[in-house]
Design a protein around this ligand. Structure first.
Ligand SMILES: C[S@@+](CC[C@H](N)C(=O)[O-])C[C@H]1O[C@@H](n2cnc3c(N)ncnc32)[C@H](O)[C@@H]1O
Length: 265
C-alpha cells in the first residue's frame, strides 16, 4: 500500500514551488521535450524549438541552475542532456502521454563528445557532439539541401506534389492505429506527408531531415499544427533511433544513398 508523504517543511514546499516555476514556461518545456529525445548542442536544440539562440541559451541556463539539465563542453560545442531523467519522464507523461525519455549518463555524453572532437575538422563544426559521426558525414549534403530550400519556391522543386496520393494509398492499406508512431524520413521542405498524417488524426508524427531550412519550410507549411510534430534534424545515414516507429515513410530520399557505405548505414 502506498504511504502518504509526511508533512514537509516550508523550505521544502518553497523548493518544490520554485521547481514548478522553472518548469512552467513554454520555451523551457519545449527545450526539455527536445532533449528528452537525446542530448543535443544549442544549435540543434534551437532548430527544434524555433527560438533565437540567445533565448535558448538563457532558458537552458535556468534549467541547468535547477540541475534539470547539464552540459558537456568540447571545444566550442556545448552538448546539453537531461540530468534528472525521472523528473523529465514524469513531465513528458503529463505533457505528451507515453513518451520514451532517453537517458544518457554524463559519461556517455563525454565519451561521445571525445569521439566527436576527434572527427571535427574545426571548432566551428556545428554538428552536435551527441550525434555519432562517420567520415561519410555530409556537410556538403547539408549545405546542398539548405541552399536548395533557401533558393527555390515550391513550384521549382521537381519532386514537389501538393498531395501524395501513393503515400495516402499505402496508409489506407496499412490501417494503422492513429496512435502508431510514424516517421517521415527526409520529410522536410513543403512535403505533404506530415500534413496528411495530421489530417487523418495521427498523434505521434516525426519528421526527420538533414536540412534545417527544409524542416523550417515544412513547419511553415503546417502552421500551428507544426507543434504536434517531433522534428529531428539528422542525416539518416547517421541517425540512431531513440525509440521505435511502427511505420517509416520515405519519398524521394533513399535513392540519394548510392554508395555502399550509405546504404549499409
Ligand atoms: C527530393 S526531397 C523529398 C522531400 C519529401 N520527402 C517530399 O516528398 O517532398 C529529399 C529530401 O531529403 C532530405 N535528405 C537528403 N538526404 C538526406 C539524408 N541523408 N538524411 C536525411 N534527409 C536527407 C533533403 O533535405 C530533402 O528534404
Amino acid at each position: 500500500m502506498k504511504t502518504v508523504p509526511g508533512p514537509m517543511s516550508n523550505a521544502a514546499w518553497r523548493e518544490k514551488t520554485e521547481l514548478l516555476r522553472v518548469l512552467g514556461h513554454p520555451t523551457r518545456l519545449a527545450l526539455l521535450t527536445a532533449l528528452a529525445d537525446g542530448p543535443k548542442c544549442v544549435g540543434d536544440v534551437q532548430e527544434l524549438v524555433a527560438v533565437r539562440q540567445a533565448n535558448v541559451s538563457q532558458h537552458l541556463a535556468v534549467l541547468r541552475r535547477e540541475k534539470i539539465v547539464d552540459w558537456h563542453e568540447s571545444g566550442k560545442l556545448r552538448c546539453y542532456y537531461i540530468a534528472r531523467p525521472a523528473l523529465v519522464k514524469a513531465l513528458m507523461a503529463f505533457i505528451a502521454g507515453d513518451y520514451a525519455v532517453v537517458q544518457r549518463s554524463a559519461e556517455w555524453v563525454r565519451a561521445s563528445a571525445r569521439t566527436h572532437a576527434a572527427g571535427a575538422k574545426s571548432s566551428r563544426d556545428r554538428t552536435c557532439a551527441c550525434q555519432p559521426r562517420t567520415k561519410s558525414a555530409g556537410p556538403d549534403r547539408v549545405a546542398h539541401w539548405n541552399r536548395v530550400y533557401r533558393a527555390k519556391p515550391d513550384a521549382d522543386l521537381s519532386w514537389y506534389q501538393d498531395r501524395t496520393p501513393l503515400s495516402a494509398k499505402i496508409l489506407d492499406r496499412l490501417a494503422l492505429p492513429l496512435t502508431a508512431p510514424v516517421i517521415d524520413v527526409g520529410g522536410g521542405g513543403p512535403a505533404a506527408f506530415a500534413g496528411e498524417l495530421l489530417d487523418r488524426g495521427f498523434t505521434d508524427v516525426s519528421v526527420l531531415d538533414v536540412s534545417a531550412a527544409g524542416l523550417q519550410r515544412c513547419r511553415e507549411r503546417l502552421g500551428d499544427r507544426a507543434r504536434q510534430v517531433h522534428w529531428l534534424r539528422a542525416d539518416i545515414t547517421q541517425f540512431t533511433p531513440r525509440r521505435q516507429y511502427d511505420f517509416w515513410h520515405d519519398r524521394a530520399v533513399f535513392h540519394f544513398l548510392t554508395t555502399a557505405a550509405d546504404r549499409a548505414a
